[in-house]
Write a new protein. Structure first.
Length: 256
């Protein structure tokens, strides 16, 4: 590709491909890069010549997300757009990166928790999500763990006799093995899942792939429950931690 002449649509596959994976050691962020590039950068700027992208173009992409009320996500999109532009500059595809530092918005950490009624309504609504989606949502409620930790749960991490789930350090935010005690209701939920008890607990298209319907779960729930339009799956985790504190359980829990 010649400097400044390549179109963004031609460069983005390289950005989210092997170059990006080799340069960024935080694999969780790498996995998020692909959808952000395709949805926000590719769809809005894909036809533009890289060298013609201006600060106002970047602002349009970020503001489109922000107008929907997704402040945190707009900052993630901003970071990914700038990472892409820097990637282009490093490969001499553009002369310089547009200066757009003031586009990042101040984030306000969410503090929303669900009431007992809302949590009960959510549990009941899980019945309509199908076996895998419904069990996945119930597992979030019963465990209080992050959505991907539950989604990527494997049978090999579970000891149902001891009612313990060990999340390996490779999948946990603190990079340490994390022990999760399982309630009798959670163990019962897991025992109801048909064999084979190997690989992913919540399977996708086959036993070798994990469940990939978190967005569909939340969309379905929001269509059923008016209150659900105002909360996210991560609010379940925050609610769980609040319940522990309210119950007088002194446990160190990272709710981020």
């Amino acid at each position: 590709m010649q400097k400044g002449q390549a179109r963004i649509a031609h460069a983005t596959p390289d950005h989210i491909g092997p170059h990006r994976l080799n340069e960024n050691s935080v694999r969780r962020n790498c996995r998020r890069a692909g959808p952000a590039v395709a949805l926000h950068i590719g769809s809005m700027l894909g036809a533009k010549v890289i060298g013609s992208v201006s600060k106002s173009d970047i602002a349009d992409v970020v503001d489109t997300v922000r107008r929907k009320g997704f402040i945190t996500q707009s900052n993630r999109v901003y970071a990914e757009v700038m990472a892409f532009m820097n990637w282009c500059a490093d490969r001499d595809l553009i002369e310089a990166v547009p200066k757009a530092r003031k586009l990042k918005a101040k984030e306000h950490p969410r503090a929303q928790t669900l009431t007992d009624q809302e949590l009960g309504d959510l549990w009941n609504a899980a019945q309509s999500l199908g076996q895998v989606g419904g069990r996945y949502l119930k597992a979030l409620i019963l465990s209080g763990q992050r959505r991907d930790e539950v989604r990527l749960m494997k049978w090999e991490e579970l000891n149902l006799d001891l009612a313990v789930w060990t999340i390996p350090k490779e999948r946990y935010k603190t990079r340490r093995d994390h022990i999760v005690p399982l309630s009798p209701k959670f163990v019962k939920l897991l025992n109801e899942i048909p064999v084979p008890h190997s690989g992913y607990v919540f399977i996708g298209r086959d036993q070798k792939s994990p469940f990939n319907g978190t967005r569909g779960v939340m969309t379905s729930i929001r269509n059923q429950l008016d209150a659900a339009k105002h909360y996210t799956l991560h609010d379940i985790r925050r609610t769980f931690r609040t319940w522990l504190s309210r119950s007088g359980i002194d446990e160190v829990t990272d709710v981020s």
